[in-house]
Design a binder for this molecule. Structure first.
Ligand SMILES: Cc1cc2nc3c(=O)[nH]c(=O)nc-3n(C[C@H](O)[C@H](O)[C@H](O)COP(=O)(O)O)c2cc1C
Ligand code: SF4
Length: 455
């Protein structure tokens, strides 16, 4: 595949990307975007399956992996069985992840995260604690209850991010990303649709951005030299996507300003996504597979006061209600899936000088190359197309625009992740052979440590 100048798409995509401030260089322009899955022990101790999982992408040719949502504190978990980085005992595990990924020439950036009120399944450790947020209003989709944080609790979270970054550096990771998007704690502060505080952390944008900026400073204070630090941002909140009577939240202009402040604060790169809840009709942009939702949503029955209501809506037996919901979901997404955030990303890139990464529906080499050549972004980050084809970069390098069995953006991986191992659950991609699909999904559990010892 070549463009008018005779350059192939891979000429642009395969070019190394250097981050001038941190000195980090990634061998190509492809970043695996964060993908969370229950691979670890219930208490958040990292497991061998996660290491196998991350190695799949490194072997498949991505330049860097951005980890799953990694909580900086027990109270910031979204589901049990996700590895954490909340204390020093986690350092050897993350070191082992880095070693395995580095063996393939791939970098590893950990996504430092705090759920705030958006906890899918808080787990027994959090059962009797009300979640923390920038508001005492519950989230509107699931009805997850919360209370507005005290100044002391804010200070504690700021410190937790800094300490987690220090652990990441000690583990030999290549950088950190703040999860400041998708409706998690930092986004709950940033968003004018969610944050209703009246102190120095609420009200005008400067105040709503204070938590993120304090976290950035804390990460810098707890790490040496120029440890790579990037921030994932929702360019537009679309906070009223599901319930139109909600407040709209932040618009692009707000996010451009926040990104400029982050550049002033010494952040190395920006990662552009969308939406102030997760999932959101525009993130991951695609379908809402009602049949899967009705099967797995039961796991969230007790997570919020709307769990039971949603479970009834998604129950396929009710017929019209789930179909209506799916129709609404698609309508609120709009017609574009591939490159859905490109225009917003271009606007942010035009207002900063640090590298910018574009997320959302990138599966075609031609699109990725265009994004880079036209200066929409410096690199692309990919989640679902890489779940479907862990070796997507190799297909692109071989000259294909997309792999022979592409991701359909059905979002079955996303909803299955609530209750089942993470992987591609689109049966049509496996010629409707259920066993073949299960073999692929379960492949992450091999080799087990016992098998590896006997290899
Ligand atoms: C199963 C699954 C888990 C995800 N987990 C995370 C996460 O932990 N942190 C995050 O920032 N985004 C997460 N995402 C969102 C992706 O990183 C990405 O923003 C979104 O899927 C759009 O990119 P895509 O079109 O390449 O899939 C997840 C997406 C999926 C499908
Ligand atoms: S289940 Fe498979 S095809 Fe569907 S969105 Fe996920 S990775 Fe893509």
């Amino acid at each position: 595949m070549t463009d008018g100048d005779g350059r192939s798409a891979w000429d642009s995509i395969g070019e190394p990307l250097a981050f001038p401030r941190s000195g980090l260089t990634v061998k190509n322009r492809i970043f695996r975007s964060s993908i969370s899955g229950s691979f670890d022990s219930y208490d958040g101790t990292g497991g061998y399956a996660r290491i196998n999982w991350e190695e799949k992408f490194a072997r498949g040719g991505v330049g860097a992996i951005i980890s799953s949502f990694v909580p900086v504190a027990r109270r910031g978990r979204i589901l049990p069985s996700y590895a954490m980085i909340h204390d020093d005992s986690t350092i050897p595990f993350w070191g082992a992840v880095a070693d395995r990924v580095h063996a393939h020439g791939c970098k590893f950036i950990i996504q430092l995260s705090h759920s705030g009120r958006q906890q899918d399944v808080p787990g027994v450790e959090n059962r009797y604690r009300v979640a923390l947020s920038s508001t005492s209003d519950m989230d509107t989709f699931h009805g997850l209850l919360c209370r507005s944080m005290t100044k002391g609790e804010i200070d504690e979270v700021v410190e937790q991010f800094g300490l987690a970054a220090r652990r990441a550096q000690r583990a030999g990771l290549d950088g950190v990303e703040t999860h400041s998007s998708h409706g998690y704690l930092i986004n709950q502060f940033l968003s004018s649709g969610i944050n209703d505080r009246t102190d120095e952390y609420g009200g005008p944008l400067e105040n709503r951005a204070r938590l993120l900026r304090e976290i950035v400073r804390s990460i810098r204070a707890h790490t040496d030299g120029h440890f790579h630090l990037q921030c994932k941002i929702s360019a537009v909140d679309y906070n009223n996507a599901i319930y139109p009577w909600e407040k709209k939240g932040n618009v692009l202009e707000d996010s451009v300003r926040v990104c400029q402040w982050l550049e002033e604060d010494g952040v190395d790169a920006l990662h552009v996504s969308t939406g102030s809840i997760f999932p959101h009709p525009r993130s991951p942009a695609g379908d809402f597979p009602i049949d899967v939702a009705s099967e797995v949503y039961g796991r969230m029955l007790y997570s919020g006061v709307r769990g039971g209501f949603n479970q009834r809506v998604f129950s396929a037996r009710l017929g019209i209600a789930p179909r209506l919901f799916r129709w609404w979901w698609r309508r609120r997404r709009g017609p574009i899936i591939e490159g859905i955030n490109a225009a917003h990303c271009a606007e942010i890139k035009a207002h900063v000088s640090i590298p910018v990464l574009l997320n959302g529906g990138i599966q075609r080499a031609s699109l990725a190359a265009r994004v880079i050549r036209e200066g929409i972004a410096d690199g692309v980050t990919i989640a679902r197309p890489l779940i479907a084809n862990n070796d997507l970069p190799k297909h692109w390098e071989a000259g294909l625009d997309q792999p022979p069995r592409p991701c359909t953006f059905c979002n079955k991986c996303l909803l299955n992740a609530l209750a089942n191992p993470l992987g591609c659950y689109e049966l049509s991609r496996y010629a409707h052979d259920y066993d073949a699909m299960m073999d692929e999904v379960m492949s992450v559990f091999h080799p087990s440590p016992h098998e590896a010892a006997n290899l």
